[in-house]
Design a protein around this ligand. Structure first.
Ligand code: C2E
Ligand code: CA
Ligand code: CA
Length: 651
């Protein structure tokens, strides 16, 4: 105990702390699952080397302080331990370098490159072991402490700096593929290594260096070794994120490779019907089998029924792809054993060649969506890019350009569709609908461009433009004096998840001096937990400010009625597909009646959308709909027409 409490012995305490940090690292590393095999092996080596370095250092330090240990270990033996400790220290930069390279999937391609990589360490080790024959570089004093002979002894540090320069180059070069916290972790890691040298020289103590190495390794275990992010826990394969990372680093290194995708028909449905345990067991069986098919174990599962095998240095047309898919096909002819049942699965393969067919991650994500749709229809040979109809992708890209230009050039317009209220016998509201007129292509329907605008984010600008135009219309035309109580404005889900959404809306109202009760915002159903939370906060704020809300397209989603009932909504808009099909079959008619009953029982108002005929209008009025919107009453029209229309019909 005296050994530890004596302030003279802080070095020993430091080493013990450092060992404790390392044990935590080992514990975390050993109990979690791993994905990248080479990276893991090297990480294991790093931790082992660090522990060895600390233990050797500890023995040496205790030997100096404690007579008991001094009597049981000879001077020669402790010098050998000191020499080995040094060897560990100088192997550290090499291992760190290899680790960094493994992270970026870099392997020295020729024996010469490998030799150059190892050379500085070989030199250091020669210096370290030279003490056996000569004290030219350094020697041990009577305390078995190292005494370097400057300048020749210090040359060993040069190797560390060479590795650091190389590491800095790699980090700089592949920065793009890493998240910011990982970049920081890697920079700190090598910074701690770099700082270790001057500290060791200045303090003449290695324990600070050892401690910083331990901290650096702990940092890695939570970033690069972080299994949650890279390993799919149910299947043990890499995640989508890991796949994206692998693709982008390979592409940056200009490597050629093929991704072999194995789509398993309805796997997600099958899994959702099983217990979590059984599902995981099935996924594991498949993953274990497929992993054997890829040379370096790069298997990924992206929870959309697709496994991806990354096969380096291979083109999709190479024989190996054919052989592999044949083998997989054979395996899938047999069933998979789960507890007492046998499950038969059907798979269809596809192969994408990088960088010939696909040369960016962005393009890959575009292609995989189309690929997946095509795979649903296809299960014979290997599906290739050339078989795909990439029209969707091209189409989306074209629309994307048009929408962006329309925003810049002011080609958007807002139309208004009057909404009739039978009980009052006049038009008490209207819906604002955006219109895009391209100079070359003419009118483009919002149904075509809004989904693209939601994907590329321009929907935020579009909806802001619409709300701005609506507020301007209300404040300049005095439309509310003619019986139009409020204007319904569509909000996209993308709007609803913006933290500043409520502020933006309220600021626009303030800018035009429009009252909150004159605006009604339409939202659609969504069931993703994260989204609904932000959405509820936004809606709450706006409702307190006096704005009302409607549930748009009601009856088309998989509504969770108990949640909907809790939302503070004023209106439910019965989707036009419900209204129109109600007049085509009895079942649909019953669906509509029941939906109306539900809304009524919640005490909310109903808008029937898409009413096109007098018969439909008569029927929905009888069933108790409070408002009617549809071509039978009025089509969406320009602002000027709308004002005229209201003045004519509402007076
Ligand atoms: P929605 O919100 O359901 O809008 C109603 C759509 O039904 C409009 O189509 C309207 O023209 C159409 N409609 C109205 N009465 C009838 C009828 O009797 N029969 C038929 N067949 N259709 C009728 P539109 O203007 O093409 O808009 C399509 C969708 O685009 C809208 O569906 C809405 O989801 C979206 N959208 C339109 N403007 C905006 C906007 O400013 N912001 C956002 N986020 N989405 C918008
Ligand atoms: Ca709407
Ligand atoms: Ca609607």
């Amino acid at each position: 105990m005296n050994l530890l409490t004596n302030p003279q012995n802080y070095e020993i305490c430091f080493t013990i702390c450092s060992l404790m940090v390392l044990f935590v690292t080992v514990f975390v590393h050993a109990t979690e699952e791993h994905y990248y095999s080479r990276q893991n092996d090297i990480f294991g080596g790093l931790v082992f080397n660090a522990i060895l370095m600390n233990v050797l250092g500890l023995v040496h330090k205790v030997w100096i302080q404690s007579d008991f240990v001094r009597n049981s270990i000879s001077y020669q033996a402790v010098c050998v331990l000191g020499m080995l400790e040094k060897a560990c220290i100088y192997v550290m930069p090499l291992l760190s370098m290899l680790y960094c390279m493994a992270i970026f999937h870099i392997e020295p391609s020729t024996i010469w490159k490998k030799a150059i990589l190892f050379l500085p360490t070989v030199y250091s080790l020669m210096v370290v072991f030279s003490v056996i024959f000569t004290d030219y570089f350094y020697y041990f004093d009577q305390n078995a402490d190292t005494k370097y002979r400057y300048f020749q002894g210090a040359t060993v540090n040069v190797n560390v700096w060479l590795y650091l320069v190389f590491a800095a180059y790699l980090i700089f070069r592949y920065l793009k593929t890493l998240s910011s916290e990982k970049t920081i972790a890697l920079v700190i890691y090598f910074f701690l290594m770099a700082a270790g040298i001057p500290i060791r020289i200045l303090t003449k103590s290695s324990s600070i260096f050892e401690f910083s190495v331990s901290i650096a390794l702990l940092l890695c275990v939570y970033t690069f070794q972080n299994p949650g992010e890279f390993v799919d826990r149910t299947s043990g394969a890499g995640t989508k994120k890991a796949l994206d990372f692998t693709i982008s680093t390979y592409l940056l290194q200009k490597k050629s490779f093929t991704i072999l995708g194995i789509y398993i028909d309805k796997l997600d449905v099958i899994l959702s019907e099983e217990t979590a345990e059984t599902a995981s067991e099935l996924l594991r069986q498949i993953a274990d089998y497929l992993r054997k098919m890829c040379t370096d174990g790069s298997l990924f599962y992206s929870s959309d029924s697709t496994f991806a095998l990354v096969i380096p240095n291979v083109r999709p047309e190479d024989v190996i792809i054919e052989k592999t898919t044949d083998q997989i096909k054979k395996r899938f002819k047999d069933s998979w054993n789960l507890r007492n049942t046998e499950i038969k699965l059907f798979q269809s393969p596809c192969a994408i060649g990088f960088p010939d067919e696909v040369d960016s991650l962005e393009r890959f994500n575009e292609v995989r969506t189309v690929m997946k749709k095509a795979l649903l229809r296809h299960n014979r040979d290997v599906l290739r890019i050339a078989d795909l109809n990439l029209k969707y992708v091209e189409h989306d890209k074209k629309i994307d350009g048009i929408v962006k230009r329309a925003l810049e050039d002011g080609l958007l317009d807002v139309y208004y569709q009057p909404i009739y209220s039978p009980s009052e016998g006049k038009y008490t509201s209207c819906e604002a609908l955006v219109r895009l007129k391209d100079p070359k292509l003419g009118f483009i329907s919002p149904a075509a461009f809004m989904p693209v605008a939601e994907k590329n984010g321009t929907v935020l600008d579009i909806d802001r433009f619409v709300l701005d135009s609506v507020c301007e219309m209300i404040s300049t035309t005095g439309i509310t004096d003619y019986g139009v109580e409020y204007v319904e404005v569509n909000l996209s889900i993308v709007d609803c998840i913006q933290a500043n959404m409520a502020d933006n809306v309220l600021n626009t109202l303030k800018k035009y001096n429009v009252q909150a009760k004159n605006i009604n915002l339409e939202i659609t159903e969504t069931w993703e937990k994260d989204i609904t939370e932000v959405m509820d906060t936004n809606i709450g704020r706006l409702i307190r400010a006096g704005i009302s809300f409607s549930m748009d397209d009601f009856g088309t989603g998989y509504s969770n009625l108990s949640r909907i009932a809790l939302l503070p909504l004023k209106l439910f808009k019965l989707d036009k597909s419900i209204v129109q099909s109600a007049f085509e079959s009895e079942t649909s008619y019953m669906v509509m009646i029941n939906l109306i009953k539900i809304i009524k029982s919640l005490g909310k108002e109903i808008v029937a959308e898409g009413v096109e005929t007098a018969e439909q209008a008569g029927q929905v009025i009888r069933l108790g709909c409070d408002h009617i919107q549809g071509f039978f009453y009025a089509r969406p029209m320009t602002k000027e027409h709308f004002i005229e229309f209201i003045k004519e019909h509402n007076s």
